[in-house]
Design a protein around this ligand. Structure first.
Ligand code: UTP
Length: 299
């Protein structure tokens, strides 16, 4: 009889990066707090984790990121003012989004040494259980939340999983790339992976989209992981070592929705357009305004 894989209760959100592509906006404001429509990017990603059944939210923060902690805390004065003014709808939104007491943890990555190092900083909080990892600047737009689909696959195959999606061949050098047994399958065994391969050397065009389910053994590997591409401690390098172990199944889960890289200006702007168009009570007006604007420009 096979036993079900251990439940994924915790999710890690690395938010300690410098956000240099968004300067000067990110000089004092974390890029994770930039808004897509009316919610900070990090809130969209926490919502995705909640929808997948995550119970504990672990944030790896850094300098100038204190406002992220404030965002997930209650604001007594604000709530009182909304109450006094009868702004019930706004109050409900604030209260519904607040994680329950004790459901969040915050730790610091004192120096931005790379994603792998940021994940390693969460080791004591995560402990010896498998966990989800979500990169907060990657928005996954889909009718079925990406992490929920991964959880389903995890129930079947267990072990480690990464969400993947194809990129144009001339962009593979910007991403973590995986080679899989069956590129067309929804869930497939991973053969190998590489972070930011040199142009023309990528083993496939499937890139890791920023959603992971990982076994806790990754922390021991990260402990001894040296710098890789860009002189940063890369998670992909550590995952490759994990993949080499006989006791660690590693699968890809194909993500077929829309991806928005909110760490880049174009991705962030397009996320605002897409999420705005999809928002009830806003989409129609936005569509009209965009059409008017484009007509004016081309007329
Ligand atoms: P990025 O490389 O996209 O983020 O890392 P960045 O370094 O903030 O952005 P740029 O390139 O300077 O504009 C992906 C995710 O990993 C986190 C980032 O916060 C982001 O969510 N990260 C990266 C860390 O937490 N620590 C690091 O040392 C590096």
């Amino acid at each position: 009889m096979t036993t079900a894989p251990a439940k994924i209760r915790k999710a890690v959100f690395p938010v300690a990066g410098l956000g240099t592509r968004f300067l000067p906006a990110t000089k004092a404001c974390p890029k994770e707090m930039l808004t897509v429509v009316d919610r900070p990017v990090i809130q969209h990603v926490v919502d995705e984790a909640k929808a997948a059944g995550i119970e504990h939210f672990v944030f790896v923060t850094g300098r100038n990121k204190g406002v992220i902690e404030d965002h997930f805390d209650s604001q007594f004065e604000l709530e009182r003012t909304l109450e006094d003014r009868g702004k019930t709808a706004e109050l409900t939104v604030l209260r519904e989004e607040l994680p329950a007491a004790g459901q969040t943890s915050f730790t610091r990555q004192q120096a931005a040494l790379g994603l792998g190092h940021a994940v390693w900083c969460a080791r004591d909080i995560v402990g010896s259980e498998p966990f989800a990892l979500l990169l907060p600047d990657m928005l996954h737009y889909s009718s079925r939340p990406c992490l929920a689909s991964m959880m389903e696959a995890y129930g079947e195959v267990g072990g480690n999983l990464v969400a993947v999606s194809p990129v144009p061949e001339d962009q593979t050098q910007n991403y973590g790339i995986v080679d899989v047994e069956d590129a067309k399958a929804g869930v497939s065994e991973i053969k190998t992976m590489v972070e930011k391969p040199k142009p023309g050397t990528a083993p496939s065009n499937l890139h890791i989209t920023g959603r992971y389910i990982l076994q806790p053994e990754i922390f021991d590997i990260l402990e001894t992981q040296g710098p890789g591409a860009g002189n940063e401690i890369q998670l992909t390098d550590a995952m490759l070592r994990l993949l080499g172990r006989a006791d660690q199944p590693f699968h890809s889960v194909r993500f077929d929705g829309e991806l928005y890289d909110c760490g880049s200006k174009i991705g962030f702007l397009m996320a605002n357009v897409a999420y705005g168009l999809a928002r009830e009570g806003l989409g129609d007006e936005l569509r009209e305004e965009i059409t008017k604007h484009l007509d004016k420009k081309s007329g």
